[in-house]
Design a protein. Structure first.
Length: 181
């Protein structure tokens, strides 16, 4: 981060019910200078937000005890200069518009790389040019497309296979593999 930027703190609140994913993101952001705190529910996130008043936040939309948009609203009300990024598996245009209207600085759909998240968290003048060179592999683009079609089909593998023009067994084999990098 350039030395001329003045942040009142590099505290980062990550609120996501997927704890392993949240911890990986916290580790990655800690390597980049943030002081992350992880919460798995809205209630935990609200308590951390009230006590720490974080400068940055990553919030999932669907949480076990409520909607992450309510947390976005309270974070932005408690600290107007807080940079809140919605990082969700359940993206839609309507929720993106609502999140930005409530004060979120960006809206990302999972999976997103640490560099993309960092670019969304930091103001434009803090982004180093090499962050924009992160290009997904063809295998990763294919994987993301398959996941999106599967989500649109409500995780019905037979329907997704028909929509993708794949045999159902082929789709199942693809889904058993790990996500490409």
């Amino acid at each position: 981060m350039p030395p001329n930027l003045n942040f009142s703190g590099m505290s980062l609140l990550i609120v996501d019910e997927d704890i392993p994913s949240a911890r990986r993101m916290a580790t990655a952001m800690a390597r980049r200078g943030f002081k992350p705190a992880v919460a798995s529910t809205m209630d935990e996130g609200a308590k951390i937000a009230a006590s720490d008043r974080p400068a940055f936040a990553l919030v999932e939309l669907r949480l076990p005890d409520g909607n992450g948009l309510d947390l976005v609203k309270s974070l932005c009300a408690a600290r107007p200069n807080c940079r809140v990024v919605v990082l969700t598996s359940f993206g839609s245009v309507e929720s993106a518009v609502t999140a930005v209207k409530l004060g979120a600085t960006d809206y990302l759909v999972k999976p997103s790389s640490e560099n993309v998240v960092l670019a969304a968290l930091l103001p434009p003048e803090a982004i180093k040019p090499d962050l924009c060179k992160n290009v997904m592999s063809v295998d990763r683009v294919r994987w993301e497309h398959i996941q999106r079609v599967l989500e649109l089909c409500d995780h019905n593998k037979s329907q997704a296979a028909r929509d993708l023009n794949l045999h159902r067994r082929t789709l199942q084999r693809i889904l058993l593999r790990q996500m490409p990098v």
